[in-house]
Design a protein around this ligand. Structure first.
Ligand code: XMP
Length: 513
């Protein structure tokens, strides 16, 4: 078992960021509900505990409070933001409502550089705050080790008990040296080594998969996206030919997508790949359908039918593999205004019906997305797959406004291929969240040579985002926009106009639909 740090989640939007920062220090971390009993936490044998931030006040009647016995476990504890206030409140100090909320950038001045949290760090640091309440009296045994512009207790410690607290957020990028603070906590204070690496994980995961699956067969729905691709490569390493991947071509894929999957998984990895060309059935069911929600429903339902049918032909299998990730399985904390909970439900749309009689194998379910990418690289998957931009399950259908048909798919596919090609060749593809073409069903007049044309418009959508929940349009250099536009208009028959979408999300969305 890996050494690990347990994070108690009090509903902060940054809890997952804390977990990721710790893992970036090559230490495994798990997120637990704030009220997990101390005895349950002890079973994990954590080397340290972090109390996350959260939107509540410690003195509110409905404040989320942890099991007090965690302070008697003899394990180092770091309280962050709400977590530091909780420590003060629980251990005999005092927390009061601040006169004004402290939000945004601040400066920290370290008073006691011998504090192990600040080892190797300068005495003045830029930090990020986001809190309303503040500590007005420290608990017995504690002292302040750093002050900020507005707080005499910005960092506190009870070194003899290995209890530490930070009023600001060390996990966010706006605290530029915050990762070193976290590293000091997990390495210098908790004594963790660096045993969490993807190379180690491959061996552990292979063993765990073999133990779970035995000699049974496993089916995996391969979409060509990052998660299912990495899951396929990992399972194949563990169980070889006991794995069958089913790849459904719904006719709504981008250029070369089906070829790449067959090339990489079929020919290179030699994975048993069952290729289902279901273009005809999907497109026939989408005929005449204009409403975006109906399109989605039809595609979702048809996928289930096609996939279920394909599994029957794949032969008897006991297990179904899924590329579920850690953020999908973290039990969200039901605290008002917790955006982390909303992100989760948004991305959990779709999926297969519960009545499919398979046991699940989920070899990525303790990994974050960036770790899945590292794992993919470790397994030898090409960059093209590992760093693929997100692509919606209903594919090009959500990027063709109005009716979806073979002709419109072909136009959009050709235009999109140019966008991808230009974004890749200029290096922008890997810098942005998504970059793609959208086909608008309206035609407008143009001229080509001496001819009048009456053709479709392509909208170009290029956004940056952290998680797809909010997004901003990317200020691409004019020369790139110019090249993409002129190539689409010259090379794609059926298009005579290209627009650039300059809306952010919210209020717009990333896809057009
Ligand atoms: P919107 O358009 O809601 O998209 O701003 C947010 C992010 O979600 C992706 N998206 C989907 N992903 N299945 C998916 O796996 C879907 O049905 C789906 N719809 C949208 C979208 O590409 C963007 O990254």
């Amino acid at each position: 078992m890996n050494e690990q740090i347990a994070i108690l989640d009090f509903g902060s939007q940054y809890t997952q960021v804390i977990a990721r920062r710790i893992r970036e220090c090559n230490v495994y971390s798990v997120i637990l509900r704030y009220d997990t009993p101390a005895a349950e936490i002890a079973k994990l044998n954590p080397k340290g505990i972090i109390l996350s931030g959260g939107p509540s006040s410690v003195y509110a009647s409905d404040a989320p409070l942890p099991d007090k016995r965690i302070f008697g476990m003899g394990v180092p504890i770091l309280g962050v933001c709400f977590g530091i206030q909780l420590m003060a409140h629980y251990l005999g100090g005092k927390v009061e409502k601040g006169l004004k909320r402290e939000y945004g950038k601040g400066n920290l001045s370290v008073q006691d550089p011998s504090c192990p949290l600040f080892e190797g760090l300068p005495e003045n640091l830029q930090i990020w705050n986001s809190h309303g309440d503040k500590i007005t009296k420290l608990p017995k045994g504690f002292k302040a080790v750093a002050v900020s512009d507005n707080s005499p207790f910005a960092a506190i410690e009870d070194r003899s008990k290995h209890f530490y607290g930070l009023q600001f957020h060390p996990e966010v990028v706006h605290t530029p040296r915050g990762k070193e603070l976290i590293s000091n906590f997990v390495h210098a204070i908790c004594g963790c080594g660096k045993d969490w690496t993807m190379a180690n994980y491959v061996d552990q995961a292979v063993e765990a998969i073999r133990a779970q699956v035995g000699t049974e067969r496993v089916i995996l729905g391969l979409s060509g996206g990052v998660d299912s691709s990495v899951a396929a490569a990992l399972l194949h390493k563990a169980i070889g030919d006991q794995l069958t991947c089913i790849f459904v071509n719904n006719g709504l894929l981008r250029a070369r997508e089906a070829d790449i999957v067959q090339e990489v998984f079929g020919r290179h990895f030699k994975i048993k790949l069952q290729y289902e060309d279901s273009t005809r059935i999907f497109l026939s069911r989408l005929k005449g359908i204009l409403d975006p929600e109906r399109k989605r429903k039809i595609i979702g339902k048809t996928f289930i039918e096609v996939f279920q049918d394909a599994t029957k032909r794949a032969g008897k299998a006991k297990f179904l593999a899924q590329g579920t990730l850690y953020p999908d399985v973290i039990e969200s904390v039901p605290i008002g205004g917790n955006p982390a909970a909303m992100i989760k439900s948004h991305h959990n749309v779709g999926g297969l019906p519960k009545n499919m009689k398979f046991k699940l194998v989920e070899p990525l379910k303790c990994l974050f997305k960036d770790e899945v990418r590292q794992l993919g690289a470790e397994l030898g998957l090409p960059k093209e797959i590992i760093h693929r931009q997100p692509f919606p399950g209903p594919g090009l259908a959500v990027r063709i406004l109005g009716e979806v048909n073979r002709g419109r798919c072909a136009i959009l596919r050709n235009a999109d291929a140019i966008v991808v090609e230009e974004m890749k060749s200029t290096g922008w593809y890997y810098k942005v969240w998504q970059s793609f073409a959208v086909l608008l069903p309206i035609r407008s007049v143009g001229v080509m040579g001496d001819e009048r044309t009456y053709e479709y418009t392509i909208a170009l959508r290029v956004v940056e985002s952290q998680d797809g929940m909010t997004a901003d349009w990317v200020k691409l250099p004019y020369e790139i926009l110019e090249r993409i536009s002129s190539r689409i208009i010259n090379e794609v028959t059926g298009v005579n106009r290209v627009c650039f979408d300059i809306s952010s999300k919210p209020p717009a969305t990333i896809e057009w639909e």
